[in-house]
Design a protein around this ligand. Structure first.
Ligand code: AMP
Length: 568
């Protein structure tokens, strides 16, 4: 397909706001695409060239893009930067630059989606000495070959911000519309089709593949998609509960487990092959050779998928290390052996979804736990079952909760014994209870350069909560305390990669980084888009296990505000 055909669709999608209209446009488009092209085109529609679980990242920062546009268009970097300041969008900047260059477009070879896709994939694989230069040339070449509109979308895809609003839910609905249900279908038929798409997606994590199966094999084919060892799954998520009593009242006897404050891990085993995935489907197998060794010794089934929480352990006290320890291990790509020794881990398992060819996710949790105990040869303190009790006695549960907190764990998870494992959803059968309810997970949407000795760092951060209805991020004010110098340095480095626009000392960034934030009080505030502001906000930690789509919502902020007893 010519890339310009795709660019036209991008433009159409950008021009409409409603989710329904977007799903219609994409649905119609998908229908016209031959099956073999679907995987690539669906990824491109999502602004990606790798599925979300892939380790590959394009790794292009704003400054490099400015340089590439400058090289491709012949404008100076300063001029490109000036246009960028005006448009606030490097895609539009590239479009303007290419347009003004007035190169005889007849001489240009037509770009195809294959060309663009393959070249962008290449970007992620360029590493080592001189890699920045190579990446820079590759992007510049693509821009040189592009028509103005194509340049807009190539640049945005490289930067990972396509801005056409094709969120996952919309792609899902579009696949349903294109291949599985039309206007004439009943509500039930549409729901069945949507469920089949979601089922396949939660196991494949790639809407491109899902679209191809939907087109070729329909609902039945999607329902048949099974567990694929070596690919990540979408984990099941819980809800917050205020009191143990409330959960017991609703469900009676429950399985209560320690809630460990570490990193969720899905361990997949196929013979001698092991894979470790995080809650966000990142492959962290290389970072944790110690967990692989433990899994080799302790998991008795030939094939299985189990799930648990990994803690870093303080060798002196035996207590869990703060969450940041795990974070260090996740992000370390070199010198791993040293870190294995410095931050030893403990894996606490709490679920199993698959054993030796049999999927278990439709089995009740209580049965899954029995199976987990059966296939596990635990090593105490290293690779073991999560601590748990099964009871409907509130007093016993309160006691167990006290033990958990005293043992420096985060709290409890309360789980309904007959609940199945539902991939990728927040379910009403699993609740977390934590002593400190008020911390919020908020997204950085802007920042300000520091003053005095701190001018080289971005030191104040504009925080925002999420509006689940629109997907927008609503400001809740600024935060600038709680970080040490190393943290400012690191944060500045990360934020610089995602700057959208800069005006004097103020920068706007792509909503990407989630912070856990403590504060004294939530106040009503007309100054911020959310209508609320935080009094004395302070940095607690980076929630690098959460994406912006998992940040706290405006609903939770309102609820916490009301629970302060000041609603009105
Ligand atoms: P939160 O991150 O506060 O939304 O809490 C949910 C997270 O708690 C999960 O994603 C797990 O990483 C973690 N967790 C710790 N212990 C357990 C447990 N026993 N069962 C399920 N999740 C747990």
């Amino acid at each position: 397909m010519e890339y310009s055909t795709l660019a036209d669709r991008y433009e159409k999608l950008e021009a409409v706001a409603s989710k329904l209209a977007k799903a219609d446009i994409i649905g119609e488009f998908l229908k016209s695409i031959p099956s073999y092209e679907l995987p690539k085109i669906v990824l491109l529609l999502q602004g990606r060239v790798y599925p979300s679980y892939s380790e590959n990242e394009l790794g292009i920062a704003t400054q490099m893009m400015i340089k590439s546009i400058s090289k491709a268009s012949g404008f100076s970097a300063a001029k490109v930067e000036e246009i960028f300041k005006r448009t606030g969008d490097l895609g539009l900047t590239a479009e303007q630059c290419v347009k003004s260059k007035r190169q005889a477009s007849l001489l240009k070879k037509k770009l195809t989606t294959d060309n663009v896709f393959e070249n962008l994939q290449k970007l992620a694989t360029i590493a080592g000495q001189g890699s920045q230069d190579k990446k820079f040339s590759l992007i510049a070449e693509l821009i040189i070959s592009a028509q103005p509109k194509e340049a807009r979308y190539i640049v945005r895809t490289v930067l990972g911000e396509l801005r056409i609003g094709a969120a996952e839910g919309i792609i899902r609905d579009a696949i349903v519309k294109a291949f599985l249900a039309d206007e004439k279908s009943s509500k039930e038929e549409k729901e069945k089709a949507t469920e089949a798409v979601e089922n396949a997606w939660s196991l494949l994590n790639d809407y491109g593949e899902v679209a191809k199966i939907a087109n070729e094999k329909g609902i039945k084919g999607l329902q048949k998609v099974g567990i694929q060892l070596g690919k990540p799954i979408q984990v099941m998520l819980g809800l917050a509960a205020e009191k143990i009593e409330d959960v017991v009242k609703e469900f009676g006897e429950i399985i209560a487990e320690y809630k460990y404050d570490g990193m969720r891990v899905v361990v997949e085993k196929k013979g001698n092959h092991f894979w470790l995935f995080t809650r966000r489907q990142e492959d962290v197998t290389k970072q944790f050779p110690d967990i692989v060794e433990l899994a080799k010794k302790c998991l008795k089934a030939d094939e299985c998928i189990v799930e648990g929480e990994v803690l870093g352990i303080d060798t002196k006290t035996g207590y869990p290390l703060p969450f940041q320890a795990m974070s260090q291990r996740v992000h370390r790509k070199y010198d791993i052996d040293r870190l294995v020794k410095e931050i030893p881990v403990q894996v606490n398992l709490f679920d199993v979804m698959y054993v030796n060819g049999t999927p278990l996710f439709n089995e009740p949790l209580i049965e899954r736990r029995k199976e987990l105990a059966r296939i596990l040869k635990p090593i105490k303190g290293k690779f073991q079952l999560a601590k748990h009790i099964i009871t409907g006695d509130v007093k016993k549960l309160e006691q167990f909760y006290g033990d958990a907190v005293e043992g420096k764990q985060e709290g409890l998870m309360l789980k309904v014994p007959n609940a199945p494992y539902v991939f990728g959803r927040h379910v009403g059968t699993m609740y977390k209870i934590k002593p400190v309810m008020e911390n919020l997970d908020l997204v950085i949407i802007g920042a300000i350069w520091g003053e005095g000795g701190r001018t080289k760092w971005l030191t104040s951060y504009e925080l925002a909560c999420r509006d689940p209805n629109t997907g927008k991020f609503l400001s809740c004010g600024m935060m600038s305390t709680g970080l040490n110098e190393d943290e400012y340095e690191l944060m500045t480095k990360e934020l610089k990669k995602i700057i959208i626009s800069e005006n004097g000392k103020i920068v706007i960034v792509k909503p990407k980084i989630v912070l856990e934030v403590g504060y004294q009080e939530i106040q009503k505030s007309p100054n911020y888009e959310s209508g609320f502001g935080l009094r004395f906000p302070r940095f607690v930690r980076v929630r690098d296990d959460k994406g912006p789509d998992e940040a706290d919502t405006i609903t939770r902020v309102k609820k916490l505000y009301s629970s302060q007893g000041k609603a009105g």
